[in-house]
Design a protein around this ligand. Structure first.
Ligand code: 13P
Length: 258
């Protein structure tokens, strides 16, 4: 039994056409209320589908979140979406600093920090993604890399702001590769992360902060990962696109929280 409620979050990335998105969301929202009242479930469809997905799922128990946002409130930023737009679509979460954003769109820790502040100002809970590349892990630099990312994300945040963050440890080498961090590797990083949040914010906040694991988490390996003491949920890519797989992961979390 964990003292933190599991958060099982699906990052759909740039997948699904609108009708498929609505079907998938509706299937996930059909999970029993008993489960949904013990495990927090979040889906993050492409931005274009946020409002229709939110409208299609009648239960407020399945939360909807965005995958990214711009740090400004509004203005001449062609193609971008803002925190108030996401909030006004009925969303309560936003994924920030995903490694794909860092890798393909040049997002830096400083930019992620600006986005975090703007998200919090609009009552969106940021899920801040951190994680090392394979080269960095092979060089033994994983903790140093993650520490820099965490410090950058937390720059100039008050303890009150910092306590609202959810962190997702997503080793880049495990994303979409079918290669998962072992439960020991994941637990060891999560424990180190919790210690770091304790040092940078407070032990009390660290004890309450949810640390998600992401990177080829699926229906088959969910139990051993979620059973780790410092893993409080998952940020799931590929397996979140299949209602049955995502449902199995949610049920696993439910079983482990009973
Ligand atoms: P996969 O589950 O497809 O490896 O993706 C993980 C991820 O990047 C979630 O944000």
């Amino acid at each position: 039994m964990k003292n933190r409620t599991f958060l099982i979050a699906g990052n759909w990335k740039m997948n699904t056409l609108q009708p498929d998105a609505i079907t998938l969301a509706t299937q996930i929202a059909a999970i029993s209320t008993e489960i949904l009242s013990s495990v927090e479930v979040l889906i993050c469809p492409p931005a274009l589908h946020l409002a229709p997905v939110k409208a299609a799922i009648e239960t407020a128990e399945v939360k909807v979140g965005a995958q990214n946002m711009h740090q400004a409130l509004s203005g001449a930023y062609t193609g971008e979406i803002s925190a108030p737009m996401i909030a006004s679509s009925g969303c309560s979460y936003v994924i920030l600093g995903h490694s794909e954003r860092r890798q393909y769109f040049g997002e830096t820790d400083a930019l992620v920090n600006l986005k975090i502040k703007q998200a919090l100002a609009h009552n969106l809970t940021p899920i801040v993604c951190i994680g090392e590349t394979l080269t960095e892990r092979e060089a033994g630099l994983e903790l140093a890399v993650v520490t820099t990312q965490v410090k950058g994300a937390l720059a100039n945040l008050t303890a009150e702001e910092a306590q609202q963050l959810v962190w997702a440890y997503e080793p880049v080498w495990a994303i979409g590769t079918g290669k998962t961090a072992t439960p020991e590797q994941a637990q060891s990083m999560h424990a180190a992360l919790r210690t770091l949040v304790g040092e940078l914010v407070s032990d009390e906040v660290a004890a309450r902060t949810r640390l998600l694991y992401g990177g080829s988490l699926n229906a088959a390996n969910a139990a051993e990962l979620l059973a780790q003491p410092d893993i409080d949920g998952g940020l799931i890519g590929g397996a979140s696109l299949k209602a049955t797989d995502f449902g199995t992961i949610i049920q696993t979390a439910f079983r482990l929280s009973a």
